[in-house]
Design a protein around this ligand. Structure first.
Ligand SMILES: NC(=O)c1ccc[n+]([C@@H]2O[C@H](COP(=O)([O-])OP(=O)(O)OC[C@H]3O[C@@H](n4cnc5c(N)ncnc54)[C@H](O)[C@@H]3O)[C@@H](O)[C@H]2O)c1
Length: 432
């Protein structure tokens, strides 16, 4: 089997999640070049993957200029830049004919999404979107039950994304995705393009046609802060020992999501002292700010309703700051139903019990089917293996997130956000 050579574009957190596979399975995957404007990230990648410094580039343009003179370096690209860079970095590489594993969200608007799809098709590129949840043993097993016909035709799918307090705080309240202006993505796009993708993938005998949505930022607002709250938890807030968003609880006592919370400190997060962390939260670290007063324009809750061509329907809800973080799913079919929660690694399938005029229930447990250090319950590992397989010309898997099969989830997100603004039901024009 041919070793697949890749170039990392954006050597950050997510690139690391996929490319650790190159370290454990060098016969399958090799990182041969790195593009990142941050010199430290280039150096770090160079050491980690054994890439000569001469094969590290500050921009995609520099890489492509080098290739013009010396020829092509790799079979594919892992594009794990931040949301606002996806379009600008992906387009020239697709025009150059590169196969690509591209982080989600692809882009934040329909026009650029269709342009990326067209450019990939015109240049014969295999383009996969990092909808990693399709690759988790949990959703994959659910998909197989749906495909088996056991629950009949899908009538309705219901999903909930309850974003836990620490995760919401780290990423969407105080973190790098906390503003559409800053990173270009709405809350639904940044967090739930996965969920809307799952809905469209599970119900892919048909396509979504109409979307409506309600939501807003109504609870994480200054007026709802505890009485007398300060502006920085560890500095001037009398609620530092009781507030559920207290930086003391989330960051100092429990160090949740440390790879996000200490990026403003110029040091590897594992070697930062507790004193340094506390000092940063008291002064310049955005994670030290009051969660109710922080400058964020994202919705703190949103509900979406989708109508499909064949009359089936789906709903999705997103709640920021849930006490128990979890993703829930319920699929109602003409002959049965599926219900589960990915965090428990369990789901059950119920079918009709003819003789007792009641129902039968089977439980599925997928724990143990993935490595515990995988950030997405087995999804990160699954997608990189499938990308390698696809670039080698292998058979496409049932989860495969090729662009033509991945755009409906994004279109549902765009239309949901549009509907939330317009107050109207929005149509998806693109048909299968
Ligand atoms: N699939 C998922 O479930 C999932 C989960 C988390 C994040 N994400 C997405 O993954 C992407 C990356 O997130 P992250 O947390 O790894 O970000 P990160 O900030 O850790 O990494 C991004 C890297 O891109 C580099 N970069 C910036 N501009 C660049 C350019 N023009 N060319 C090349 N490199 C450039 C940065 O220096 C940085 O090293 C985001 O789009 C994010 O939304 C996806």
């Amino acid at each position: 089997m041919k070793q697949v050579k890749v170039i990392i574009v954006g050597n950050g957190e997510r690139a690391n999640c996929y490319c650790k596979y190159a370290l454990t399975n060098p016969q399958d995957l090799k990182v041969v070049a790195i593009v990142d404007p941050d010199i430290e990230k280039r150096k770090e990648g160079s050491v980690k993957y054994g890439v000569p410094e001469s094969m590290t580039f500050a921009s995609v343009d520099d890489l492509l200029s080098y290739e013009k003179e010396h020829g092509r370096l790799a079979d594919g690209v892992i594009n794990a830049t931040m949301d606002e860079w996806h379009y600008r970095t992906a387009m020239p590489l697709l025009r150059a004919g590169y196969n690509m594993l591209l982080e989600k969200p692809v882009v934040n608007n329909e026009k650029e999404l269709l342009e990326i799809k067209k450019t990939a098709e015109e240049n014969g590129c295999l383009l996969m979107v990092c909808h990693v949840l399709r690759y988790t043993p949990f959703y994959l097993a659910i998909k197989k039950v749906v495909e088996s016909g056991e629950i009949g035709e899908i009538m309705h799918i219901e999903t909930c994304e309850n974003v836990g307090i620490a995760h919401a705080s780290n990423s969407y309240i105080r973190g790098k995705w906390n503003s559409t202006e800053k990173c270009g993505s709405s809350m639904l796009l940044a967090k739930c393009c996965h969920d809307l993708d799952l809905i469209c993938w599970l119900n892919n005998k048909t396509s979504p046609s109409r979307v409506s949505s309600f939501g807003g930022r109504n609870f994480l607002v200054a007026e709802k802060a505890p009485r007398g709250a300060g502006t920085r938890c560890l500095n001037d807030c009398p609620h530092v020992d009781t507030c559920q968003y207290s930086a003391k609880s989330i960051y100092v006592l429990n160090d949740k999501y440390p790879y996000y919370s200490w990026t403003c400190i110029d040091n590897d997060y594992e070697s930062i002292s507790r004193e340094q962390k506390t000092e940063s939260l008291k002064t310049y670290n955005p994670h030290g700010e009051c969660a109710y007063k922080v400058n964020s324009d994202l919705v703190d809750h949103q509900a979406v309703m989708i109508h499909f061509e064949n009359g089936s329907t789906a709903t999705h809800s997103m709640i920021q700051g849930a006490v128990r973080p979890c993703r829930l799913i319920r699929i109602m079919g003409t002959k049965g139903e599926i219900q589960g929660m990915i965090e428990s690694c369990k789901f059950c399938v119920r079918t009709y019990d003819f003789f007792n005029a009641d129902y039968l229930e089977k439980e599925f447990d997928v724990s143990g089917l993935f490595e515990k250090d995988d950030h997405h319950a087995g999804g990160d590992d699954g997608i990189i293996k499938d990308f390698v397989n696809m670039v080698r010309g292998g058979e496409v898997s049932i989860s495969c997130t090729k662009i033509d099969d991945s755009i409906y989830g994004h279109l549902c997100v765009f239309m949901a956000d549009k509907s939330m603004q317009s107050g109207k039901t929005e149509e998806i024009i693109l048909k299968k």
